[in-house]
Structures are given as C-alpha cells and as structure tokens.
Design a protein around this ligand. Structure first.
Ligand code: NAD
Length: 501
C-alpha cells in the first residue's frame, strides 16, 4: 500500500505534496522493512518530514523490476527516438515545477531558494534536455578491414541496470547528471539519494511517470549508504555503479564492485582545488571569483577553490579586498532574496567544519575573518547549522585545513613568489578535481594549463560548468567523466562485429 504523501509547508505559504515511499515500477510503496527516517530542515534544525527507509530487500525488488523492463520494453527494445522524447518530456516537466522543486531543494538542503531556482533546477532540466537531444545521436562505426572480404563494425549498447548513488550537496542536479546519460543510452536506473536530502528525487520520480517512462526503468530507493548503497554496489545483476561523494566511500564502492560481479564503476569524489592568482591578474575580478569558488553552495562543492595561492607582490592588496568581500557576504535565511549563504546540510557537517576550523587555529594558521559558527539574530534560525565564512592565512602543507577536504566555507591562503613555486603548491595534493588560474599573461596561462593536474581548469573565472563539457577528476578525485558525450559513453558497452561476406 502506498504511504501517504508528505506535505512540505514553506515560508512562502506553499504546501507541496511529495510522495514519501520507495519508488519501484512507477508507484510508491512502503519499504519492505516498514522502517522510516526523518529529513531535517538545516536552517532551523527541525524535522521536515518522515519518509520510507529502504534496505537491501527494496534494492532486490528494484533490480527485479528493472530487469523485466530492460528485457521487455527498455534497453534494446526501446528506440533512440522514444528515449529522446521521454527525456525531453521529463525536462519540460522539471521546468514546469521550478518553484516547487526549488523550494523543496532549499528546505531539504539549506541552499538559498533563489539559487536553486536560478541554477540547480533549470540546470537539471537543461541536463535532461541535453541528453534528450543526444539519445538519437549515439553511433557506432565501420572499420575498413584489409584481409579477406570482411567488414568490421561496432554497436553501442546499453549496459543494463545501473545503480546511481548521489550526494547531498546538489541533490536534484546530481540526479539529473546521472539519469540523463544513463537513460539516453537505454539503461534502467536505480537511484539512491543521500539520506540528508531525499525530497527532490522523490518529486523527480513522480514527474518521470508523467513524462512517460515505462515501469521499472527508473527506481528511487531512499536509505542509508551502509545498507542501500552497499546493496547496490554488491548486487550481482547491477552492471554499473555511478557514485558521487567522498573518496573514502568511493574506495569502498570500488572494492565491493570488484568483489561482486566486476561491475563498471565511475567515481566523482572529493577535491582540495587550488586557485592561483598571479600579479598580472585583474584583482577585482579575481576576488569575486575566489569568493564564489569557495562560498557558493555553502562551500559544499567538490570543486570548491579551497586552497588559495596569491603572488607575494599583490598579496596585501588582494587580501584586503578579499577579507572585505567575505565580510560583506550575507549569511542567513535561505528564503531571503539577499542571502548568499544558507546553513550547512546537517549538524554533522557543521560540526566537522567547526572541528577543522579549530584544528587550523591549533596548527598555527591565522584567522583573517570568521572562524566560528554563525549565530542568527532571528530566534527561528538559532538551531540552524550555519558557519561563518572563514579565511585562514599563513597556511602550509601539514595543516589539516590545507591537506583535507573541509566541504564548508573555509579558505586556506598562502603566498608564493615564482610560477614554478605556484605549480608545486597547486599540485601538492592527493586530489585533482578542479583548479583556477588568474593571470593576464597568455603564455603563463598555457604553461599552467599544461602543468596543473586537474580534471577541470578555470581561467579567469571559477565554477562554470556546462552540460556539453565533460566533468570529472584526476588522482584521488576519481575517474570517468560526467556531462557531455563522454558521460553517455560511460553508460554503454562497445560490441565489435567482424563479418565475413
Ligand atoms: P558519503 O560519501 O558517505 O555519502 C555520499 C553518498 O554515498 C550518500 O548517498 C551515502 O548514503 C552513500 N554511501 C555512504 N556509504 C556508502 C557505502 N558504504 N556504500 C555505498 N554508498 C554509500 O559522504 P558524507 O558522509 O555524506 O559526507 C562526508 C564527506 O564527503 C563530506 O564532508 C565531503 O568532504 C565529501 N562529499 C563529497 C561530495 C562530492 O560532491 N564530491 C559530496 C558529498 C560529500
């Protein structure tokens, strides 16, 4: 029996109805165990709603539904134009529900509602639309053979059932990034949202039925990583797991995949991205992007520009302007139109960030601004999970704030004098996800582009992403690419045919 939908009342007076069950075969069910869990509003610390908590038995049911769909109506039984049409419908429905999805995302995650409405939700629709456009352009190739009367060609085929485990920092966008390419290629998907942010995926599930996806093609199973995530990574009839989250969990998933059925794995993991500002940079522009790079999304961004290196000749001026920009940064109510920074996603994350800040102080870095939990003057937000935008100077390797991912609004700054030194500092990390370079010297930029080990480089800007440009990491930041044509390839097998005629 379908559990009743939950009602999410928002500060704007809206009351949104969201399905609360496990989504399998195009309908919502109680979990097999009957267990539930609560989602919390990070701005107030109060309970937002209670939802069905999935477990291994629910993954089993989702795989069964997906297998039937893949073998009968989806996979090789579907046509590229059909998949294209459904994804385009899906994208339109996401656009139509912009206000609802933005408010749900903000209530669940804490991000300012105007940001969800300007970026997260429209970008998710854009991503589904991009893959809707790509679904009928997936092509194999013919390869000339020289010996005998033979022809060789390749067919691009879907993998089968794909598990998708996503994090809480961009819940709807991570769902769209993963669903889009997998569905375009003809795979069935089992999506596991993060337990901190389950709502937007449930709403997407509901919209997917309206878009016309056949039962079993998409399942959404909320639950904890150690159970639902584990059940996905170890399942013998799941052909791929796509994961975004921490490096520690990524390692566990890869091990589980190897020890089960050798399922394919793509991993988009953590980062400790460097931003290098040279003396030729446009300082005003660089300050703006550096702020955005570390403070956007409350600093909960795998590509957050969290290590800043400034050339010594401009250091004093740059820091003056940067500290002033941090002080002007508006923290608070996610539903206020001037708020740039809401709460962190959870009490656990807030505490983790505050512990890192304390370690920075203990290890000798200097707090230039911030350095503690942010207290709201409004009693309503007193128990929210806020952190002050924080800058540490005098940072060096060996400090935890320099070496470890903080995933919060905390920037570690150091000076450098030569380009060679900047390259060494930038690459001195186990991660390789993003990097920023600010310079007006084209030759220097080219040298930096070649020297820095990162999957994405931003030159004189930061955090820009595009549905058509591949995104992913080097080193411990993972492997495989999302977005663009590369993401579809990561959801396909290539079959080679040698034909003697
Ligand atoms: P996490 O990696 O544990 O969680 C991400 C997802 O993985 C969630 O859906 C979670 O339920 C699932 N998961 C957890 N354990 C699993 C397991 N054993 N098998 C399969 N799936 C599992 O991240 P977290 O604990 O929520 O956050 C910890 C840190 O991870 C953060 O502080 C941050 O540094 C990093 N993080 C990175 C990203 C990113 O976008 N790269 C996103 C979220 C968190």
């Amino acid at each position: 029996r379908a559990p009743a939908p939950v009602t999410i009342s928002t500060p704007t007076g809206n009351k949104w109805q969201v399905p609360s069950g496990i989504f399998i075969n195009n309908s919502f069910h109680a979990s097999v165990s009957g267990k539930t869990f609560d989602s919390v509003n990070p701005a107030t610390g109060e309970k937002l709603c209670t939802l069905a908590l999935g477990g291994a038995a629910d993954i089993e049911a989702a795989v069964k539904a997906a297998r039937t769909a893949f073998d009968t109506v989806w996979g090789k039984r579907s046509t590229p134009t059909q998949r294209s049409r459904l994804l385009l419908n899906f994208a339109d429905l996401v656009d139509k529900h912009l206000d609802e999805l933005s408010e749900l995302e903000s209530m669940d995650n804490g991000k300012p509602v105007w940001m969800a409405s300007a970026f997260d939700v429209p970008d998710s629709a854009g991503c589904l639309r991009y893959y809707g456009g790509l679904a009928d352009k997936i092509e194999g190739k013919t390869i000339e053979q020289t010996e005998g009367e033979k022809i060789a060609y390749t067919r691009i085929e879907p993998l089968g059932i794909c598990g998708q485990i996503i994090p809480w920092n961009y819940p709807i966008q991570m769902a769209a990034w993963k669903l889009g390419p997998a569905l375009a290629a003809g795979n069935c998907v089992i999506l596991k949202p993060a337990e901190q942010t389950p709502l937007s995926a449930l709403k997407l599930a509901e919209l997917s039925v309206q878009a016309g996806f056949p039962p079993g093609v998409i399942s959404v199973v909320n639950g904890y990583g150690a159970e639902v995530g584990e059940a996905i990574s170890t399942h013998m009839d799941i052909q791929k797991v796509a994961f975004t989250g921490s490096t520690a969990t990524g390692k566990r998933i890869m091990k589980a995949a190897a020890e089960s059925n050798m399922k394919k794995v793509t991993l988009e993991l953590g980062g400790k991205s460097p931003v290098v500002v040279f003396e030729s940079a446009d300082i005003e522009q660089a300050v703006r992007w550096v702020c955005l790079g570390i403070l956007f999304n409350q600093g909960q961004d795998c590509t957050a520009g969290s290590r800043l290196f400034v050339q010594d000749s401009i250091y004093e001026q740059f820091m003056r302007e940067l500290v002033a920009a941090f002080k002007a940064h508006k923290v608070g109510d996610p539903f206020h139109e001037l708020t740039f920074q809401g709460p962190q996603v959870s009490k656990v994350q807030q505490q983790k960030i505050l512990d890192m800040i304390e370690s920075g102080k203990r290890q000798g870095a200097k707090v230039e601004v911030g350095g503690k939990a942010w207290q709201s003057p409004d009693a309503k937000f007193r128990n929210g999970f806020f952190v002050e935008p924080t800058i540490f100077s005098g940072c060096r390797k060996g400090m935890r704030i320099v070496d470890e991912e903080i995933f919060g609004p905390v920037l570690a700054v150091a000076k450098f004098s030569t380009e060679e030194e900047a390259i060494k500092l930038a690459n001195d990390t186990e991660y390789g996800l993003g990097a920023g370079v600010f310079s007006e010297n084209a030759s220097q930029i080219q040298r930096m582009v070649s020297a820095i080990d990162a999957g994405t480089l931003w030159i004189n800007n930061y955090t820009a992403l595009s549905n058509s440009v591949p995104f992913g990491g080097m080193k411990a930041s993972g492997f495989g690419r999302e977005l663009g044509v590369d993401a579809v390839k990561a959801y396909c097998d290539v079959k080679a045919i040698h034909w003697n005629y």
